[in-house]
Design a protein around this ligand. Structure first.
Ligand SMILES: [Zn+2]
Length: 356
């Protein structure tokens, strides 16, 4: 699921955290290697690709690649198109995106109002005999408005949370994109009575967020059990479904022994708890479920990595649709916010959501 290149990128971040001198050298090396991408700052949108249609959302990935190349981001097909197609180009997911979109909720509101109005009116009419019909109509209208508003509000609030069918499916994409300093997310909203669904590629250098989140997890080590309980209760529903070829016990076994923790794919850390389907002998690929809750035995940095990858697509969605609520600018400590375009950084978002 995770390429070794990604771990190299994280390893680069290791060095950044350890020594300032190394930090400077590493930064210079990165700058010379990615001269074209050094002008970007965290949170800036590099590419926004609108969906082809509202009823059948698809994104032109070859056009995305062209635009990214123009901006100096060279990403191989195996790290971008293939995982994105696996995550989003599935008919059931496209249907889900339509029914979960802001535009669908926008159309749903008047329909729901009429249905609720008729239901309440017919119910009250049976039990209450009112001489003035306009009094009954007025009260039924008020009740219907309140009920419809409450339902739409709940749907709107749900859209602010991490979405298991879109954001969690993009976890594997973002695992690969992090080494190119990009994050991917799908955001949608209603503007001028039309739905806007877009696939966003946002510039994000993860090293500072990783450092802050690792420090926060380290600081809370004396309440480690409490923090772990919070993670488990708030992330227990987050399960990643991945298709993996069965591991050949002869080849896979020896590799497993040689692999250190550093070289293991990030999300395979939860292997012990994954309800993997039994490996068939015929070489068929069956889906396996991976829990996204970081294991208690992991070091703070690995937990931070896993949390950052897990919540990256949800963060991009909220960032691009202006739904990130954070402290106002004057109250915010600037050194803690690594995002130049929003009041809340990815690491702060994770801390607010699941650690505090
Ligand atoms: Zn941050």
């Amino acid at each position: 699921m995770v390429t070794s290149g990604m771990m190299e990128a994280w390893d680069g971040d290791h060095q950044v955290m350890e020594e300032t001198k190394v930090d400077v050298r590493q930064t210079r090396r990165d700058q010379s290697a990615n001269n074209n991408t050094s002008n970007w700052s965290n949170g800036q949108c590099v590419v926004a690709m609108p969906s082809s249609s509202i009823l059948n959302p698809r994104f032109d990935l070859s056009q995305c690649r062209g635009k990214l190349q123009q901006d100096g981001f060279e990403i191989p097909v195996t790290d971008m198109e293939e995982p994105l197609k696996t995550a989003l180009d599935v008919s059931s997911i496209r249907r889900y995106m339509v029914f979960n979109s802001g535009f669908f909720h926008f159309l749903l509101a008047p329909v729901m109002y009429v249905v609720v109005w008729c239901a309440v009116f017919s119910t009250l009419h049976l039990y209450i005999s009112v001489s003035d019909y306009w009094v009954l109509c007025l009260s039924v209208s008020l009740v219907s408005i309140l009920l419809t508003t409450a339902i739409i509000y709940i749907l709107h609030q749900n859209n602010k949370e991490i979405n298991i069918n879109i954001d969690v499916r993009l976890v594997q994409v973002n695992e690969r994109m992090i080494k190119y300093k990009l994050l991917v997310g799908v955001a949608d909203w209603v503007q001028n009575c039309t739905g806007k669904m877009q696939l966003f590629f946002v510039y994000w250098d993860m090293s500072l967020c990783l450092r802050t989140l690792t420090e926060a997890l380290d600081e809370s080590c004396f309440v480690a059990l409490e923090t772990q309980n919070k993670l488990e209760s708030r992330m227990s529903h987050l399960v990643l479904v991945a298709k993996e070829p069965p591991v050949d016990p002869e080849v896979g076994g020896s590799d497993e022994e040689q692999d250190s923790d550093e070289n293991r794919p990030l999300l395979r850390n939860g292997d012990t708890r994954c309800s993997a389907s039994s490996s068939p002998r015929g070489g068929a690929i069956l889906p396996s479920n991976f829990s996204l809750v970081p294991e208690a035995s992991l070091p703070a940095q690995s937990k931070a990595q896993q949390l950052l990858v897990t919540y990256s697509a949800a963060y991009v969605k909220l960032l691009m649709s202006d739904r990130l609520s954070g402290p106002s600018h004057h109250r915010l400590r600037p050194r803690r916010n690594h995002c130049t375009t929003a009041p809340l950084c990815l690491c702060q978002f994770i801390m607010n959501k699941i650690i505090r």
